[in-house]
Write a protein that binds this ligand. Sequence first.
Ligand SMILES: CC(C)(COP(=O)(O)OP(=O)(O)OC[C@H]1O[C@@H](n2cnc3c(N)ncnc32)[C@H](O)[C@@H]1OP(=O)(O)O)[C@@H](O)C(=O)NCCC(=O)NCCS
Length: 158
Amino acid sequence: MDLTLIPFYRLSLEEMNEVLTWRNNIFVRQQMCDSSIIPIENHLNFIENLKSDTKNEYYLVVKNKCKIGVIYLTEINSTNAELGLYKNPNLKKEKVGQQLMKAIFYIAHQKNLHDLTLKVLKNNEKALALYSKFYFKIYKQDNDFLYMNAMLNNGLKD
Ligand SMILES: CC(C)(COP(=O)(O)OP(=O)(O)OC[C@H]1O[C@@H](n2cnc3c(N)ncnc32)[C@H](O)[C@@H]1OP(=O)(O)O)[C@@H](O)C(=O)NCCC(=O)NCCS
């Protein structure tokens, strides 16, 4: 894989700050379940706790020395996990989302997961276009969100 994945707890303080500026960018946070601005203290505590967390993993994704975005797997168990991602909002390049999805599938395959789930705002057109490209299907919905899943043996290998 031509991508480098750095766990959040291995980032430098400068990188932790940089990632927080992406997460707090309006373009990103308006698409998140929690759209509030995250204070730096909370972010650093959150990262510290990830060191001993076996169910939740967050990574900075780097391609050719360019920091392209963040991916995460949460609620990880022996067969499945929920995914999340956001790209570096300062990047003008397109197709970053596809690179991030490849990184997610790389980790999921390494963990031998059977399937992945996700939760996405109904009006998040970019994310929906991306997820359908990776064979995610809607299995549930409520007022605001679609809940999607995909099997990992369904042609999703990198
Ligand atoms: C979701 C996200 C990672 C996608 O990254 P991206 O680089 O824009 O995605 P890509 O360019 O790889 O692919 C997105 C697809 O949506 C399409 N797209 C772009 N703008 C679109 C729009 N306004 N409406 C519909 N589709 C659109 C693209 O054309 C592309 O499809 P294509 O490959 O067939 O051309 C990025 O938009 C992001 O970080 N959003 C904020 C955080 C977020 O929404 N995270 C997901 C929460 S569930």
